[in-house]
Write a protein of this length. Structure first.
Length: 440
């Protein structure tokens, strides 16, 4: 009798062993989406250019002081954004310089970061300022068709005033009469501006009396940077006090450009004639979309023309950035993004089970198959945005939910899973990796 029961147990063991051998070992779904909202990928290869370039990202952080705060009145540096974003691009081959503005509200995918953000908030999608600088450089490179950002310099409003005062301000031909944020009144025409006057001018938007919008403000920022650059070219002696001020411990400057780097660049920059200085901006249309946010939707024709002119590259249009696509996401796509992430949480949990039963392995394989089906359907619908493909995506999403709920029971996920999308997609950590970023 004991031999019989032993044989039965041994036979059952053999059956289980055979089943474990026959069933393929579960692994996280290999299928990845081509959509950066689902599977964001870091930049691994930069655009190749015929000419040699030095590209420095110049950033203005909207952190000020009592009576002179930035947009939204934010009083904590870590919550502030890079509201001025400009590429100082030096064509070393042709001895030419471009000041290229990137609108702060541009709808942006940050390479390697999940979610949709405004360009000026890329710096906030990080654990610290050093990582934030890497994020904004990557986001700018994405917008520029893969052009590499070599260096960056970021200053807050206090630092810009101090640096401009260190070089004794600038003589400037003002294009408008207006009252600055400091309360000062400025007349139209040629005049001398100190650090506060320069800050008032590059900040002017709603209070501007000419081009009172973001694109107009980027133009003023480029004109001012060109004026400051020309002053340094005419009298390089102003560079020493400027660099000395930048070394002070109490000044908010974030950079990977060192004093030696600047001094090494000076002879080359001094050779470039003023006639070889140019100014451009990646324009776009300001639109209310993605529930309740204003974004700059990049003008693709302008962008490709500017990148051809400045860098000589034939850039591809940016995908998944059109107004029609953002509406499709809001109406149909966002729930699929969340459901794909829900499935991935459950799959990851299933893979960590030490000794999964055959039932658990089967549930996991079904879940992976349903996940892959939704990824394929989502990509197809996101690319076409047709009613037929969208309906197919919704059907695949429903199938994944059904399979996921069954798998949840079998796999024993330790937390309650909700397949419903949160009312505010940008607050959903399964859609936006940094849901607490302040966008205003």
């Amino acid at each position: 009798m004991r031999t019989f029961h032993f044989c039965k147990r041994f036979a059952a063991f053999l059956v289980l062993a055979v089943m474990l051998l026959v069933l393929p070992a579960p692994s996280l779904a290999a299928l990845e989406s081509d959509n950066p909202l689902v599977d964001p990928k870091p930049i691994t290869e930069y655009a190749q250019t015929e000419d040699e370039f030095l590209n420095v990202l110049l950033l203005g952080i909207d952190y000020g002081f009592d009576g002179y705060w930035g947009s939204g009145g934010k009083k904590v540096l870590d919550n502030c954004h890079t509201d001025a974003i400009m590429v100082f691009s030096v064509n070393l081959t042709k001895q030419q310089i471009y000041f290229l503005s990137l609108p702060r509200d541009t709808l942006t995918y940050i390479p390697g970061v999940k979610g949709i953000y405004k360009l000026n908030a890329a710096v906030n999608c990080a654990e610290d300022m050093a990582e934030g600088m890497e994020r904004i450089c990557a986001a700018a490179s994405w917008l520029l068709g893969g052009i590499k950002i070599d260096k960056y310099v970021a200053v807050d409003m206090n630092a810009l005033i101090r640096l401009c005062d260190a070089m004794k301000g600038v003589d400037f031909d003002m294009d408008m009469a207006y009252t600055g944020s400091s309360g000062r009144y400025y007349y139209k025409g040629f005049q001398h501006l100190d650090g506060t006057g320069i800050m008032d001018y590059v900040r002017a938007r709603h209070n501007a009396t000419v081009d009172a919008n973001d694109i107009g403000r980027t133009g003023r920022q480029r004109e001012m940077m060109m004026a400051l650059f020309k002053k340094l070219k005419k009298n390089i002696g102003y560079l020493n006090p400027l660099l000395a001020e930048a070394q002070e411990d109490d000044i908010n400057i974030f950079r990977n450009v060192h004093t030696d780097d600047v001094m090494n660049m000076v002879p080359m920059l001094m050779k470039i004639s003023e006639s070889s200085l140019a100014s451009r901006v990646l324009t776009g249309n300001y639109r209310f979309t993605l529930v309740d946010w204003n974004f700059t939707i990049t003008d693709q024709e302008n962008r490709m023309a500017v990148l051809k002119e400045v860098f000589g590259i034939d850039a591809e249009p940016l995908k998944y950035t059109s107004l029609a696509y953002t509406k499709w996401l809001t109406d149909s796509g966002m729930p699929s993004v969340r459901n794909i992430e829900m499935a991935r949480l459950l799959i990851a949990h299933g893979e960590q089970l030490a000794n999964p039963t055959p039932a658990q392995q089967e549930a996991l394989q079904k879940l992976i198959a349903a996940h892959d089906a939704l990824v394929e359907a989502f990509d197809q619908a996101a690319n076409s945005m047709t009613e037929e493909d969208t309906e197919a995506m919704v059907k695949a999403r429903g199938a994944l939910r059904d399979v996921g709920e069954e798998a949840d029971d079998v796999l024993g996920y330790p937390e309650t899973l909700s397949w419903r999308t949160m009312p505010l997609w940008y607050r959903d950590p399964l859609i936006n990796e940094y849901p607490d970023v302040q966008w205003s």
